[in-house]
Design a protein around this ligand. Sequence first.
Ligand code: SF4
Length: 321
Amino acid sequence: MGARKVRGGKRNKSGRTKSPAPSKKKVRVRPGLRRQVSLRLEIGRLIRGDGRLAHLLRLEKTRQGIGPDDLLFIGMHNVAQTNWCPMQAVLKSHQNEPEFFSAYLADRIRHAVDAKLVTRLPKDDDELLAIGNDLTLRMVEDLDRRREAKEERHQRALRYSVEMVLAEPAPNDHKAQGSFLERRHAEQYPTTRWNFEWQRYVVVGVPDGLTADFAYEFKTTAKRHFLPESQASAFAQADLYGYFFERPTKRVQILVREDSVIETWEEPVDRANAERVLRVVDSIQRKEVSPELPPSWKCRPCEFKAHCPLLEMPGGWRRII
Ligand code: SF4
């Protein structure tokens, strides 16, 4: 790679480049803003440290009247995977629960401090877990849009990262390739990460994009042959986004890697489909139903095959896949 040219430096008599004089103009930060940032950081420290997150998660489950091993925080992305394998959707939800809880806490603290709903450190863990109770989806989206409008530096960084992505070669790793192609080909919209109550669960999600009318979901699939399967998961995910983020329409795009064609659908959000996949996860997690075993080609590469209950057989044997 060639040397990068730096503009703006003046040459002195010795021919060396002199750095431009630093600007004397002071960047003034509003004292209110400074207080908000430091309060956010101080509260953030209360959820970090050894075992803090696990302790707060147990406490929140106790407050909600459920057992420590019962699912409370689930992610829309995982729930939508019920179309691929319902058991995998539940096992993955258990595995990722600490991450969803962490996102839930971080979002509530950030938005509540910025909306001035909290102005001091919480007295105890109960007060910490109650931060953000008064936030609504509208407030959170407004806060995100206002931040984006202000954060010109963030926009510049984003543009820079997109340019870097366009210059990158596609990685060979299957999963990394999917996200690389997503960053490269997905349409760009603002978005918001937020959480919603559904029955006794807290459902966390961040769509690939949100406009006033639609929730956007972008996926990739290796072969055209897999398109119906990918479409079912992508539709379920977009239906969940539309259902919770209150958008009437879903816009779904799937890039088929073998022929580099992007398929696009724009349809009304199917609220019944969103509720169906949520109910599937709920009924398996409550052990009310045992889902059917999917075809073995789905189990063979599955990360949960060593301890998947669907592969257990009488006498401690495991099903051969
Ligand atoms: S091993 Fe098979 S049945 Fe079990 S979670 Fe994985 S894909 Fe589903």
